[in-house]
Design a protein around this ligand. Structure first.
Ligand code: FES
Length: 91
């Protein structure tokens, strides 16, 4: 089924792009812009975006697995001090 009439993108194209991006990087956030770029196209009128997003959400590989999210959150906590000493004070 054609999802984007301006660029002739089908639901199969979107699913293939989402699967490909997830296989290439398990942690990546997949956005409509990235899907367009992966397909070598660019949004024109934007009228398809609600259906485009629904199609993306229906993909099994769209969501980052919970275990990866937890690992990412813990990594961000480790580097939250920006390398400053704890006793640092501005005079
Ligand atoms: S229908 Fe998709 S950009 Fe216009």
């Amino acid at each position: 089924m054609i999802i984007c009439h301006c660029q002739s993108i089908t639901d199969r194209d979107i699913r293939a792009a989402v699967d490909w991006m997830r296989a290439a990087d398990e942690d990546t956030l997949i956005t409509p812009g990235k899907v367009y770029r992966a397909l070598g196209k660019k949004a024109d009128c934007g009228g398809c975006l609600p259906l485009f997003l629904d199609t993306m959400h229906q993909c099994d590989t769209f969501v980052i697995p919970m275990q990866r999210r937890v690992e990412r959150r813990e990594k961000s906590k480790e580097v939250s001090d920006e390398g400053r000493r704890k006793g640092y004070r501005v005079p």
